[in-house]
Design a protein around this ligand. Structure first.
Ligand SMILES: Nc1nc2c(ncn2[C@@H]2O[C@H](COP(=O)(O)OP(=O)(O)O)[C@@H](O)[C@H]2O)c(=O)[nH]1
Ligand SMILES: [Mg+2]
Length: 434
């Protein structure tokens, strides 16, 4: 209570005492707002070795600040969202390139890092200590490009948001042009396109180029998407339009632009600008062959208006494989090993559950894959979930058979109940999101 009172008094008195308002502190000392206590001179002394000049446009009281109230208050007009995973050698270079390309624009960059093992978040944090236009969201226990982009855009208050790779494959020089298309109302979404005249995808090897062209063709045909490069990871959007779409977007997968465009159902005024997709500067691409699965899932989800999720289909498919594994094990135990039926049946169930767990961990839940010691409790939780699922399966089958003695209908209803139960409970207890 007294601490809160003291805080309020300090909050009121500190800015005038310190000689400048709270907002102008380029590097906050404490996120609660007492950063204003430090003087500009102190900050300048502290930064004497740092040769990263602040954007004059967003410094309060700067002589170059225009009359735009957003600029006078130090608010960014453009937020550049950069998802990162193991990009420590690229982020500094990207920052400097943004600074050069965006002079005269009030901008910020939000790096969304999924707790990279190479410590990318640490490098970004250091940049943020030198320039308040740099922000870092460090996500723990989560992976995924789309989810990172969504969180980054939603964490910003700039009226326009751009998304681009950290590895310098996207051309930051296009950003001012993209921004002016949004500002003057010619577009609500501007896509950096590799596949229109003037653009190219030189940075792709043959295999990636082939997959990209194939996926683009499918997306355009199946989802009726009109733009040339819906797979691009380089775009800029009006944030208010994005806010409307955000609750319907998938946080899994890699194809956020495709998701945005198909979710908007053609109601987003879109313009494409050509750019050359360059070669990655440092590090490796994070997109493995499983990207095809993500893409399939997204197309399926959007085609069925989000009625079917790929995760559920994969889970059910793994369940189907499990049936064959069970029967195979039963056969081997009975015919080759000569075990009595109850033991053979138990072995079949155990082997099938174990292989289902492994497949689901590898495929269905690869973004939340259990590793190391976490595998064992996960496996036992999965055994438990499936055992209860078996009761649910048999219970439903009995009651259907009671009403309508059709064996295949009762069997199918039971199996469906089992898989729905196992899916729901596995998501809650085995591969739960931390
Ligand atoms: N936060 C986050 N960023 C990711 C993830 N996967 C990839 N990225 C970043 O997303 C951008 C695009 O990925 P990249 O590997 O360059 O894909 P490519 O350009 O298609 O080869 C890069 O900046 C990556 O660091 C992820 O799981 N989480
Ligand atoms: Mg890249």
């Amino acid at each position: 209570m007294y601490a809160r009172l003291l805080f309020v008094v300090v909050g009121i008195l500190a800015p005038p005492l310190a000689g400048f308002p709270l907002r102008s502190a380029p590097v906050p000392e404490l996120c609660l707002g007492i950063g204003g206590l430090a003087s500009e001179a102190w900050h300048r002394r502290r930064r004497r070795d740092i040769r990263l000049p602040m954007n004059e446009a967003i410094r309060l009281g700067s002589e170059t600040a225009s009359q735009d109230p957003r600029q006078t208050m130090g608010l960014p007009d453009l937020s550049v969202v950069v998802p990162t995973f193991n990009e420590r050698d690229n982020v500094g270079k990207l920052y400097r390139k943004l600074e050069a390309a965006l002079s005269g624009i009030a901008w910020e960059v939000v790096f969304v890092d999924d707790n990279s093992p190479d410590g990318t978040w640490n490098v970004v944090r250091e940049l943020a200590r030198q320039d308040s236009r740099v922000r870092c969201i460090r996500r723990i226990g989560r992976r995924g490009l789309s989810g990172a982009c969504i969180e980054g855009i939603l964490a910003s208050c700039a009226p326009y948001a751009a998304v681009m790779d950290a590895d310098l494959q996207h051309d930051e020089a296009q950003l001012p042009k993209m921004l002016s298309l949004l500002r003057n109302g010619q577009a609500e979404l501007v896509v950096g396109s590799r596949y229109i005249e003037g653009g190219s995808a030189d940075g792709f090897d043959k295999q990636r180029a082939g997959f990209s062209a194939f996926a683009t063709g499918i997306a355009r045909r199946v989802l009726g998407i009109a733009i040339a490069d819906p797979m691009s990871g380089f775009f800029m959007i009006r944030r208010d339009r994005f806010e409307e779409l955000a609750p319907k977007l998938s946080t899994q997968g890699f194809k956020i632009l495709l998701d945005i465009v198909s979710t908007a159902h053609g109601e987003l005024k879109t313009v494409e600008v050509p750019f050359t997709f360059g070669a990655r500067l440092h590090g490796e691409s994070k997109l493995d062959s499983m990207v095809a699965l993500d893409f399939l899932g997204l197309v399926l989800a959007k085609f069925t208006n989000d009625a079917v999720s790929l995760r559920f289909l994969l889970f059910a498919m793994v369940g189907g494989i499990g049936l064959f594994v069970h029967l195979g094990t039963l056969f081997v135990a009975l015919a080759w090993l000569g075990w009595p039926f109850p033991e053979a049946q138990t072995a079949g169930a155990l082997v099938a559950m174990t292989s289902n767990f492994a497949l689901n961990n590898f495929l269905t839940y690869r973004d939340q894959r259990l590793k190391g010691l976490a595998i064992l409790p996960g496996l036992f939780a999965f055994y438990l979930v499936c055992s209860v699922g078996l009761f649910a399966n048999v219970g439903v089958a009995f009651s259907v058979y009671d009403q309508e003695p059709i064996w295949w209908l009762a069997g199918a209803a039971g199996a469906l109940m089992g898989v729905v139960w196992n899916y729901a409970m596995s998501g809650l207890f085995v591969w739960r999101r931390r």
